[in-house]
Design a protein around this ligand. Sequence first.
Ligand code: DC
Length: 220
Amino acid sequence: MTIAIDGPVGAGKSTIAQGVADALGVLHLDTGAMYRAMGLKALRAGIDPKDAAAAEALCAETDISVEMGANGQKTLLDGEDVSSLIRTAEVSAAASDVSTVKAVRRRMVALQQACAKKASMVVDGRDIGTVVLPDASFKFYLTASPEVRAKRRYLEMQQKGEPGSYEEVLAAVIARDDQDMHREADPLRRADDAFLIDSSNLTLDETIQAMLDVIREAEK
Ligand code: DC
């Protein structure tokens, strides 16, 4: 069984995907972490992540892999565990930039498809239902208003003691939405057969439950 969850930044995809995976007793693959690892590599190498030729060459000599387990996903960049390092605002922007490069996408999509063949899993990202797993057993498009998504991210940053204002977070959310939805290669869009879930007025648990209801109803 494969379950695809796509949606814009801050919709809660990763947490919700993990919750659905736990409830169903399957694995969770966070594909954004793979683009983030590539973004980190580009930053370290000092290249412009949007420079297609440079990003393609760098990607060809980069090893990105994931280890999925009960305690979540470990993301490895050339063998180094970068799971925490890839969660900064700088890496978020570099990941969005590098994900516009077609050759990088081709490589990541192939890695993700190989992963999904190995076991039942919930896979979250931007192009899972449309490109990576067009035949997924279930597809969800998870969204919420930009203001709600920015507020959630801002509260998370405050809890972690990270700097930044709500206005800055909202501007970053809107900029990343724009780039992810309007890039030429595999832009973020809802697959025709994806269930739309707007979590603006739902808690995490309610959102997980809404997905589980769809899955269990279909399995009756
Ligand atoms: O889900 P995330 O915020 O960790 O993703 C980081 C960036 O990676 C996001 O801005 C767009 C890109 N991405 C993508 O293009 N395709 C995916 N399947 C997952 C993420």
